[in-house]
Design a protein around this ligand. Structure first.
Ligand code: NAP
Length: 294
C-alpha cells in the first residue's frame, strides 16, 4: 500500500500565513516590520537561488529583507565587519550568513560572531548549548521543519523510536535535541554505524540527512514507519539538466512506509518557513514581547 505523503509545501504555506499574520500584529509595537538580513559571499549558484527565495518569502510575509553581497574573494575581516554592523543595526532582527563560505573564511568564527539573539539559523554555540540544555533557544530551521512534518503523522512523538541518520551540526545533532525534547527515544547513526539497515528498521520515525542520493532502500524501513527525508541531491539526467532526489529511494520507500516526505517538496519548503518564524521570534525577544503564537 502506498504511504501518506507529508506535503511540505502545503504545511510551509500554512506556517508562512501564520507568520505573516503575527508579523502584521506586532508591527505597530515595533514601529517597523521584523527584518531579516541575508549575507551572500560569492556566486555559488545554489546559494544564489536560496538567497533569492529567502528574500522573496521574507517580503511575502510582510517583513523587511536586507540583502548583502560580498565578492568571492572577500576577506574574513570584511565579513566580520559586516556581521558587526548588522548586529548593531536596530532594524535587523535576524542575520543569516549563507553557507558554504569560500575557503579563505573560517565559517565557525563567522557564525560565532553573529549576535545569538539575531541568530535565526540557530547555529551559534550559545543557541546550540541552550537547545541541548532545554533552555528557550533559536533552533535550526531544517530540524524544526522536520519535527513539524513528523508531527503531521504523529501528533505526539513521546515514546516513539526515532532514528536520525546523519550527525551534522546543522541537521542531525540539533534534530536529536528536538526529538529528546519531544520525549522520543533517539538513536543517531552515521558513516561509522554498523549494520545501518538494521538500525533504520528499528525506527517508528526515520529521519535521513546524509547527502547520498537514494541511499536508504525500501527494505530498511519498518512497515508503516514515518520517513522524513532531508536530503536534496542533484543527479545527472540524459538531457544534462539533472534532477533533485532525496537521500531515500522514494519509489521503494513509499510502498513500505506509513507516511513519507517527498524530496523535493518536503523538508525544503519548511526550512524557509521556519526561518521566517525564527525571525519573528527574534523580533519579539529583542522587543521584550511575548513569543509569537505559531
Ligand atoms: P553533512 O554535513 O555532509 O553530514 C552528512 C552526515 O551524514 C554525516 O554525519 C555523515 O557521517 C553521514 N553520512 C554520510 N555518508 C553516510 C553513509 N554512507 N552512511 C551513514 N552516514 C553517512 O550533511 P548535512 O549538511 O547534514 O546535509 C545532509 C543532506 O541534507 C544533504 O543532502 C543536504 O543537501 C540536505 N539538507 C537539506 C536542507 C533543506 O532545507 N532541505 C537543509 C540542510 C541540508 P559522518 O559524521 O560519520 O561523516
Amino acid at each position: 500500500m502506498s504511504a501518506r505523503i507529508l506535503d511540505g509545501k502545503a504545511l510551509a504555506a500554512e506556517l508562512r500565513a501564520k507568520v505573516a499574520a503575527e508579523a502584521a500584529r506586532i508591527e505597530p509595537r515595533l514601529k517597523r516590520p521584523p527584518g531579516l538580513a541575508v549575507v551572500l559571499v560569492g556566486e555559488n549558484p545554489a546559494s544564489v537561488v536560496y538567497v533569492r527565495s529567502k528574500a522573496r518569502a521574507t517580503l511575502e510575509a510582510d517583513m523587511a529583507s536586507f540583502e548583502h553581497r560580498l565578492s568571492a574573494d572577500a576577506s574574513e575581516q570584511e565579513l566580520l565587519a559586516l556581521v558587526a554592523r548588522l548586529n548593531a543595526d536596530p532594524k535587523v532582527d535576524g542575520i543569516l550568513v549563507q553557507l558554504p563560505l569560500p575557503p579563505q573564511i573560517d565559517s565557525a568564527r563567522v557564525l560565532a560572531a553573529v549576535d545569538p539573539l539575531k541568530d535565526v539559523d540557530g547555529f551559534h554555540p550559545v543557541n546550540a548549548g541552550k537547545l541541548a540544555t532545554g533552555l528557550p533557544a533559536l533552533a535550526p530551521c531544517t530540524p524544526v521543519g522536520c519535527i513539524m512534518l513528523a508531527k503531521r503523522a504523529h501528533p505526539s512523538l513521546a515514546g516513539l523510536e526515532a532514528v536520525v541518520l546523519g550527525r551534522s551540526n546543522i541537521v542531525g545533532k540539533p534534530l536529536v535535541q528536538l526529538l529528546l525534547a519531544e520525549n522520543a527515544t533517539v538513536t543517531i547513526a552515521h558513516s561509522k554505524t554498523r549494520d545501518l539497515p538494521a538500525v533504520c528498521r528499528r525506527a517508528d520515525v526515520l529521519f535521513v540527512a546524509i547527502g547520498r542520493p537514494e541511499f536508504v532502500r525500501g527494505d530498511w524501513i519498518k512497515p508503516d514507519a514515518t520517513v522524513i527525508d532531508v536530503g536534496t541531491n542533484r543527479v545527472p539526467t540524459p538531457d544534462g539538466k539533472g534532477r533533485l532526489v532525496g537521500d531515500v529511494n522514494f519509489k521503494e520507500a513509499v510502498e513500505v512506509a506509513g507516511a513519507i516526505t517527498p524530496s523535493p517538496g518536503g523538508v525544503g519548503p519548511m526550512t524557509i518557513a521556519c526561518l521566517l518564524a525564527n525571525t519573528l521570534r527574534a523580533a519579539c525577544m529583542r522587543a521584550g514581547l511575548p513569543a509569537p503564537a505559531i
